[in-house]
Design a protein around this ligand. Structure first.
Ligand SMILES: [Zn+2]
Length: 92
């Protein structure tokens, strides 16, 4: 049985631990899959080349409650994504 992440809509197997991030609003299953992606990036230099995009995109897809910390974090991740795509010529 899959559970749906209330932030991004991904359907994932339930996490056996139920652990999620302190202020990103992800389901435990989605958070666990994200951890698996990060583990692959840390283990493979080719995957690690896009690590910052992974972190920024996941963070933007899982905004938490609008606290000053979360708003600042979201702004930084959005600016980082914009800078990446601006640099690559894909932003307009
Ligand atoms: Zn999610």
């Amino acid at each position: 049985m899959l559970e749906k992440c209330h932030s991004c809509g991904a359907e994932t197997p339930p996490s056996p631990t139920g652990v999620t991030h302190a202020y990103l609003d992800a389901s435990p299953g989605c958070w666990a899959r994200y951890g698996e992606v990060l583990a692959r990036e840390y283990a493979n230099a080719q995957y690690f080349a896009v690590h910052s995009i992974t972190v920024d995109a996941y963070s933007v897809q899982h905004p938490g409650h609008p606290t000053p910390q979360e708003i600042n974090s979201l702004n930084l991740h959005l600016a980082s994504l914009y800078a990446h795509y601006q640099k690559s010529g894909r932003a307009t």
